[in-house]
Design a protein around this ligand. Structure first.
Ligand SMILES: Cc1cc2nc3c(=O)[nH]c(=O)nc-3n(C[C@H](O)[C@H](O)[C@H](O)COP(=O)(O)OP(=O)(O)OC[C@H]3O[C@@H](n4cnc5c(N)ncnc54)[C@H](O)[C@@H]3O)c2cc1C
Length: 395
């Protein structure tokens, strides 16, 4: 595969392009906006900075935040100190930085919208400004609103979240996360180098945009965020279900998807930047090695089992209850009282604790009620009983 076109120059497309160009491919990246302030919190956890150290080691403006305040639906508050900071970028800065890396590796970056693709013959084609061009492979890195679906299906409402927010011209030193009653999602305030990204995300199948806006405005007023002159944004965010991760095609014979287009987002937290960059990297490497078909299994080995775990518990986390109180409220109460639990949440927040190995840690270190609480949210399966033989063994 000599010539590759990448549709979308966000984190997934830029990372994929960088890998391919370094391996000697001719890569054209098309983005209708280039480096733009894509609606986003812009927060990257330690999981991301550990794997991509250049995210910390560069001169671009960013904010390193080590403190988080978590507020329950009933306004109880708990503080969390993070061992590793969350690094928060403006998306204009982050996208520009990643696109520069792709250019330096040899990609051609074009400020154009791709109108259509056609993958029906061996050599796929794409159309820009009414002109069709042939290539060897098409990468769809065009985000959550991607409409190009060669051989796969669109995401349905229960696989998406709505988001709304403001870029508020204020400064702050800590992240705020606020839960709401009977609400599948949360409000966040992410301080950046020169403003705050304040926003709300909620399941598209369960909530309306009016509901989101009303929650956000009440919170902004209560916490004294000045949204009057702030720029408003809204966007969609993939929120994969187990079936999305298990069954939705993300690759065909001459195309593949990465990042939000492939729905690689943690449905519990909405974290997508790391998965966008990592999937772009894995796809780029798989194509460069001449075996794009290995991409899905590499993603599975790297992170999609974690996303599946999150998809299994997300409803219980936001809608469930424990000892007569919502799970999120109980979580805040335990955070106020228990240092071991604070450490556990801090590690989950940083990304140094994954979901799948939580069981050992919880059962080993948390006592009584707290252990029951975490176990009930995570719904750890009891060990499967050994299968009984149906055919009696011959004596
Ligand atoms: C409000 C909000 C807050 C978020 N906060 C966080 C957070 O704090 N931390 C985190 O980890 N994740 C967060 N996410 C998720 C994160 O933003 C995404 O997972 C990430 O941007 C995905 O990267 P991507 O490259 O796959 O897609 P995008 O970043 O969406 O990039 C897709 C690119 O494709 C371009 N494009 C689309 N169609 C075409 C076309 N036809 N032709 C040419 N160009 C095209 C677009 O211009 C865009 O630049 C948030 C998401 C939202 C909506």
């Amino acid at each position: 595969m000599d010539e590759i076109v990448i549709i979308g120059g966000g984190p997934s497309g830029a990372m994929c392009g960088e890998q391919l160009a370094r391996a000697g491919h001719a890569v054209n990246i098309f983005d209708e906006h280039l480096a733009w302030e894509k609606p986003c919190g812009g927060g990257l956890t330690y999981k991301a900075t550990e794997h991509f150290p250049f995210l910390l080691d560069n001169p671009h403006p960013k904010k390193l935040v080590r403190h988080v305040e978590i507020i329950s639906a009933e306004n109880q508050r708990a503080k969390l100190d993070l061992k590793h900071p969350i690094v928060i970028y403006s998306r204009r800065v982050l996208n520009g930085f990643l696109l520069d890396r792709a250019r330096e590796a040899g990609c051609e970056v074009h400020h154009r919208r791709v109108q259509q693709i056609d993958t029906s013959s061996d050599k796929p084609r794409y159309c820009v400004e009414g002109e069709w061009h042939n290539v060897d492979f098409v990468v769809l890195a065009s985000g959550a609103r991607n409409q190009m679906l060669p051989g796969t299906r669109a995401l349905s409402a229960d696989e998406l979240e709505m988001t709304q927010g403001y870029f508020v011209p204020q400064s702050a030193e800590e992240i705020i996360i606020k839960f709401l009653p009977e609400f599948e999602g949360y409000i966040w305030s992410f301080p950046r180098a020169d403003h705050i990204s304040l926003g709300i995300c909620g399941s598209m199948a369960s909530h309306t945009s009016t509901e989101l806006r009303s929650h956000l405005h009440s919170f902004a007023a209560a916490e004294k965020f000045a949204t009057e002159n702030a720029k408003f944004y809204s966007h969609v965010l993939p929120s994969p279900q187990v079936r999305t991760l298990a069954d939705r095609a993300v690759i065909g014979r001459n195309w593949a998807m990465c990042g939000d287009a492939a729905a690689w987002v943690d449905p519990l937290t909405g974290e997508g930047l790391f998965y966008a960059m990592r999937s772009g990297e894995l796809l780029g490497r798989s194509i460069a090695e001449g075996c794009p078909e290995l991409y899905p299994s590499r993603v599975r080995a790297s992170f999609s089992l974690e996303l599946e775990f999150a998809a299994r518990i997300v409803r219980r986390f936001y809608r469930g209850s424990f000892l007569g109180c919502s799970v999120t409220t109980r979580m805040v109460q335990f955070l106020q009282r228990n240092a071991v639990f604070r450490q556990l949440l801090s590690d989950l927040f940083c990304g140094t604790q994954d979901y799948s190995s939580l069981k050992q840690r919880v059962l080993g270190h948390l006592g009584g009620t707290l252990s029951q609480f975490v176990t009930s949210v995570l719904n750890f399966e009891k060990p499967t009983p050994k299968l009984r033989r149906t055919v009696p063994a011959a004596d």
